[in-house]
Write a protein that binds this ligand. Structure first.
Ligand code: BTN
Length: 246
């Protein structure tokens, strides 16, 4: 990973650039990193606040030979790689909230956006975008984000060198990705579960088809969240915002 790195001071979105590079045939492991994004994108068509000098805004191109349905597994794998790297480089012990939020003290530190280019049922490329709040002070965040977002600096009181953290993430990702390609998703799933805070709790999931409430009992082998509800039994959720109720 990262043998081919494209760095830019300012871009609209590293995700958009990585998509173009992937469509032009960029090799697996190509990374796009920017100091600032003017149109950073989040999940569910949200924007991602990406000012200069303080965060890691990065997109990675991978080309796994997997069916489309398995791509959520890669989001979970990436979340594990990032948590492991943050644990190695800082004093923090982050949690993962399904599917892809990395939290410290209940506030969001990292967001992951996975997008794919595919044909029929087969994946051509997966673009994994990662936004990490690294050295922001609380007052750097817009007012409306202050109660829900945080940074490594706010939580640990220590500045973190972004290039070192990127390097650690790429190494962790590479190790987990080769484990995934050789042994499948199960070992990744076990690691993911060890960091997950949303399991065995009553949660509310807001999906595009409505709200589902029930107990999160696990994830299945394609990365979907399994929710046990009183009304409909076990529901499988692929994309949602979840809130932990108890
Ligand atoms: C989320 O909504 O939680 C996902 C946020 C993903 C943000 C990252 S920053 C780098 C990459 N480029 C983007 O435009 N978005 C992702």
């Amino acid at each position: 990973m990262g043998r081919n790195i494209h760095f830019a001071e300012e871009v609209t979105s590293t995700q958009k650039i990585a998509q173009t590079l992937a469509a032009e045939g960029a090799q697996e492991g190509t990374i796009v990193v920017a100091d600032k994004q003017t149109n950073g994108r989040g999940r569910m068509a949200r924007t991602w606040y990406s000012p200069s000098g303080t965060g890691i805004w990065m997109s990675m191109i991978i080309r796994p030979n997997i069916p489309i349905n398995n791509t959520p597994q890669l989001t979970l794998l990436t979340a594990v790689a990032i948590v492991q790297a943050i644990e190695e480089e800082t004093t923090l012990k982050p949690d993962i909230k399904w599917p892809n939020d990395i939290l410290v003290n209940g506030k969001k530190l990292v967001g992951i956006l996975t997008e794919l280019q595919a044909e029929a049922d087969q994946v051509h490329s997966v673009i994994i975008g990662t936004g990490i709040n690294v050295n922001q002070l609380e007052e750097h965040f817009p007012e409306e984000l202050r109660s829900i977002a945080t940074s490594i600096y706010i939580e640990s009181g220590e500045l973190c060198e972004r290039s070192k953290l990127i390097q650690a993430i790429l190494l962790k990702f590479e190790a987990l990705y080769s484990l995934y390609l050789s042994k499948g998703f199960i070992p990744i799933k076990l690691l993911w579960e060890s960091y997950a805070i949303s399991l065995n709790k009553v949660i509310q999931a807001r999906t595009i088809n409505g709200v589902i409430e029930g107990k999160a009992i696990g994830i299945d082998n394609d990365g979907a969240l399994l929710i046990e509800t009183d009304e409909t039994g076990i529901e499988r959720i692929y994309s949602a915002d979840i809130e932990i109720k108890q």
